[in-house]
Design a protein around this ligand. Sequence first.
Ligand SMILES: C[S@@+](CC[C@H](N)C(=O)[O-])C[C@H]1O[C@@H](n2cnc3c(N)ncnc32)[C@H](O)[C@@H]1O
Length: 356
Amino acid sequence: MSDQNSDPQLTLPRRQYIQLFEPDFLAWPPTKYLKNSDVQQWLYRNLFDTSQNTRLPPESYQMRVLRQLIGKIEKAIEENPTKDKISNKLTECLTHLINHSVPSESEEVREDAYVTFTCLSEKGSSNNSQPDELDPTITLLERRYLVSGSRTTGFRTWEGSLHLGSYLLTEEGSRRVRGKNVLELGAGTGFLTILAAKHLQAKHVTATDGDEGVIQALKENLALNHVDEAHKVRTETLTWGPFSDESWIKADCASHPYDVIIGADITYDKVAISALVLTLQDLFDMRPGLQVIIAGVVRNAETFQMFRDQCAHHRFVVEDIEFEPRPMRQQKALFYAAAMPIKILAISRGSKTMQV
Ligand SMILES: C[S@@+](CC[C@H](N)C(=O)[O-])C[C@H]1O[C@@H](n2cnc3c(N)ncnc32)[C@H](O)[C@@H]1O
């Protein structure tokens, strides 16, 4: 069984499943493999058995996945149904899910769902021979719909965070965070904050967002991941714009002099961009040597260009970090759509301004 725990033909679909990857695209093992009763047992234990897994995906998602899996196994055993069988555990589990008055998909998207992200560098993930229960992970309680009733976008993890996370998990990327004091802007669910604090050895992380409800949910996600809120991470509400004199941020920066500012998918709103750039300006005034790393899916080229233009207007130096997302079918650990361009920008204060 330990062989199966580190078999990429099983660990890959499990990693996709715990991240609530679209069921139609799960990378199931070949059908001849699915006939094997040990494999079926492994799949039951690791994907559906509530006594072994405390933070499984929502039941309606489990049901859609299990229906597909059973369909595939049925096909696989068609040739020799007397010899090959479907595990009773799997069929009983499907019956249970069907009878358990599973909410409709539209109801389900309104509920909180556990989403577990596997935090391995793409380079290391394919030849990772550890059992998958030892994978470094982050589990978040998310609301899977993009914009909540309160019109806030911060209750689910966006592609920009997953792309920046993939970069930060590389050797080059991790050097930008390891041992550093980090501040995150527009942190949302806290994926990057938790990644930096839990898996990338940041010295301290200050996680901020403009929405108090988002900050409350983020605190719960810190606790879920056993991130020490008392010492390692501070959470604060911060709405972009110039800092007020009494702002907590000056004291925080004095206690944990910021080295790096990170932010993902925070450049999508034309109205907020000027305020965001003013925040960066004030941060550079406090710490001229800061490195700012902003990632964003370019949904609207004009809006993204507006962010670059405003940075140029403030004489910030903006460089593109060359890091392309892998096509989704080749991703092994963090899974996210790569159809639209995703940029990572490294922003610093130009030397001219630094002398001022
Ligand atoms: C698209 S979400 C991205 C969240 C997270 N960074 C991610 O990539 O998953 C944008 C986040 O920025 C926050 N935000 C939007 N406008 C803001 C503002 N003016 N000041 C501070 N935070 C803001 C939202 O509350 C939300 O959490």
